[in-house]
Design a protein around this ligand. Structure first.
Ligand code: 4PW
Length: 376
């Protein structure tokens, strides 16, 4: 077993999902490399220590530059707010470290290009944590589409709906609510939620040609979590766009944090000439599938419980009928990354792939601002 020493920068919700992925991957997948939780970095020493103890990191740092400079770190995991992705990723690549970066890749396409150039120039392995590709039911959707079962695709539809920012008293900025602060996040639901939908869409249905979007900011002012000052809100609270895919199909996307009752309703549907499929994060182990080729007397939507060993990733888990969940998507992503180091075939989505998603996000925001169609 070859050790792969991980240095994680940031320690929030995503830090926990990734750490769990590093710990579990080798217990369920046959891999040459084994992650070692070497160090975690956070500005607050007490919090870094508590995280290291809980998750099993051997040491802590409070300055990310020191973590990157350490000889005993092979791969840097960037789990910070989005405004630090570029600086840290480029510094890590220049130090010869592999880089695993949280989504979205960057604050803008310009930043993303610099990041791609840095990892490619350094020749270091790189990956972006668009984890929903690794839900077995979504990977199965990709398999069915690639096998040509849907035929010509006409429609691609996706939503990502939440409701946690309806209360105007929710602050912006700070460790827990940086996602509402444009300075830290770059954008609102577009980069945070729609970016997932776009990544999956590009993977399942190919490139997008052009977009037309609208955004809204429902709560105009919020208190900053750290300074207490009331500030204008400049993120998009909701975003909708429609688009043309290069394969001729039409896309429709919606995301909001104001859909009362919805906590993380990520749904997607693809309608093809011969078949359709749909998936829902709240029921993530099921893939709904309609095949027009079925005998007409039994034709209808079938609900495939994705738990069989023949289905993607599932042969590594329990026995048919027993399902897995959200945390497994990160375990799969770690396993795929480790496998890529073995085979030399890049893991996806890498920085270059994530740049394509960034291009769509930037075009969506520009389209909404200028009220016109934007080419990608
Ligand atoms: O990346 C997204 C987060 O910022 C996640 O997939 C879901 O929405 C859960 O938290 C937020």
């Amino acid at each position: 077993m070859k050790p792969l020493n991980i240095g994680m920068i940031g320690y929030g919700f995503m830090g926990r999902t990734h750490s769990n992925g590093y710990r579990q991957a080798n217990r369920f997948f046959d891999l040459e490399y084994q992650p070692v939780l070497k160090a975690v970095c956070a500005r607050n020493e007490e919090k870094a220590k508590a995280f290291a103890e809980q998750q099993g990191y051997e040491s802590i740092e409070t300055d990310w530059r020191k973590l990157i400079a350490r000889d005993d770190i092979d791969a840097v995991d960037v789990c910070t707010p989005n405004n630090l992705h570029k600086e840290i990723s480029i510094a890590a690549a220049e130090a010869g470290k592999m880089v695993l970066c949280e989504k979205p890749l960057a604050m803008s396409v310009a930043e993303g290009i610099e990041m791609c150039e840095a990892v490619e120039k350094a020749g270091v392995a790189n990956m972006v944590w668009y984890n929903y590709r690794r839900v077995p039911a979504v990977t199965l959707a990709k398999q069915l589409i690639d096998e040509g079962r849907l035929g010509k695709v006409f429609h691609y539809r996706a939503n990502f709906l939440q409701d946690w920012t309806i209360n105007a008293d929710v602050p912006q900025g700070g460790a827990a609510t940086w996602r509402l602060d444009a300075e830290a996040a770059g954008s609102g639901v577009t980069g945070d939620l729609l970016a997932h939908c776009i990544d999956t869409a590009l993977w399942l249905n190919g490139d997008i040609e052009d977009v037309s979007a609208m955004t809204e900011t429902f709560v105009k002012e919020r208190v900053h979590a750290e300074t207490g000052a009331k500030q204008p809100v400049t993120i998009d609270d909701a975003c909708m766009f429609h688009c043309h895919f290069k394969n001729g199909s039409l896309g429709l996307f919606e995301s909001t944090r104001y859909a009362r009752g919805h906590k993380a309703l990520y749904t997607l549907e693809v309608n093809g000439e011969n078949a359709s499929l749909r998936w829902d994060l709240h029921d993530l182990h099921r893939l709904e599938y309609f095949d027009h080729g079925d005998d007409s007397i039994v034709r209808g939507w079938r609900s495939v419980h994705v738990s069989d060993g023949d289905q993607p990733y599932m042969g590594n888990w329990w026995v048919p009928g027993l399902q897995i969940g959200y945390e497994h998507t990160f375990i799969h992503q770690v396993a795929d990354f480790l496998k890529s180091l073995e085979t030399g075939e890049p893991a996806h989505p890498n920085f270059r792939d994530a740049l394509e998603t960034q291009k769509v996000c930037d075009a969506v925001l520009a389209s909404a601002k200028e009220r016109c169609w934007k080419n990608i």
